[in-house]
Design a protein around this ligand. Structure first.
Ligand code: C2E
Ligand code: CA
Ligand code: CA
Length: 240
């Protein structure tokens, strides 16, 4: 389970990290997450896999907090198949109770594809997560069937702009308009706004100018193993 930092570009500080799975196969080497996540969903092992990810993420978070990063957020990708699993919440509660972490330091990232299914069920799960203090983000915003109705009626805490809109910001007036108005909407709704796919100082500057304060991308750091990440984190602080 790798970590990629999310940077508060106003404060020039690490806000937290997103955890991303990696699978190195004996013969085929690294396999893209898009491929093995789909495989895990199709073969029915995704629920078990997600629970392992949540458990490892909590364990990593506990270690980061113990290093003195008391206000640190870990973001975890949750599959639509997890939401529809009846014992999902019970299992999550069991896992997180084993760690000494504030639940408001966890963010579950859900893609818009989760939202086209059963509204009532999703609403129930999200309300329960909210009452536990866990934050929920809309991941890959703008790439799926974004329903403003869902955004207005469900207790989301964060909106994450997909990299496909961010990477072309310098050359595309249209993408700039979409990103600018998304930031404005999120802010007016009181949502935290995070942009992914920042690969240059110039893109960072554009986002900053339009009021997006949290950024994630290769410009800061590619996803790396937790061991490497801890070293990076300590160095980043020293650099400041
Ligand atoms: P995602 O949730 O949109 O994650 C962000 C992806 O963008 C990651 O790809 C990350 O490495 C990549 N990325 C970040 N910054 C940059 C950048 O500046 N430039 C470019 N070109 N790419 C950047 P990754 O790690 O290959 O993951 C792909 C997708 O696989 C994720 O997309 C997510 O949907 C899924 N995935 C990964 N780990 C998990 C997991 O633990 N559980 C679930 N359910 N899905 C996961
Ligand atoms: Ca994500
Ligand atoms: Ca994305």
């Amino acid at each position: 389970l790798f970590h990629q930092p999310q940077i508060d570009i106003d404060k020039n500080a690490v806000d937290g990290s997103e955890v991303l799975l990696r699978w190195k196969h004996k013969y085929y080497g690294f396999i893209a997450p898009e491929i093995f996540i789909k495989l895990a969903e199709d073969t029915g092992i995704i629920n078990e896999l997600t629970l392992w990810v949540v458990s490892k993420a909590c364990c990593d978070l506990e270690e980061i907090i113990n290093l003195g990063y008391t206000d640190y957020n870990v973001s975890i990708n949750i599959s639509g198949k997890d939401i529809s699993e009846p014992s999902f919440l019970t299992n999550i509660k069991k896992i997180i109770s084993q760690y000494d972490i504030p639940l408001s330091s966890l963010t579950f990232e859900l893609t818009e594809s989760v939202m086209v299914n059963d509204f009532n069920h999703l609403s129930q799960i999200m309300n329960e997560l909210a009452s536990m203090g866990i934050h929920v983000a809309i991941d890959d915003y703008g790439t799926g069937y974004s329903s403003l109705l869902y955004i207005s009626q469900l207790p989301f805490h964060e909106l994450k702009i997909d990299k496909s809109f961010v990477m072309n910001l310098e050359n595309s007036e249209r993408d700039l308009t979409i990103v600018r108005t998304t930031i404005e909407m999120a802010k007016n709704l009181g949502l935290k706004i995070v942009a992914e796919g920042i690969e240059s100082k110039a893109i960072e500057a554009i986002l900053k100018r339009h009021g997006c304060s949290i950024a994630q991308g290769y410009y800061y750091q590619k996803p790396i193993s937790f061991k490497q990440y801890l070293l990076w984190l300590i160095k980043y602080q020293v650099k400041e």
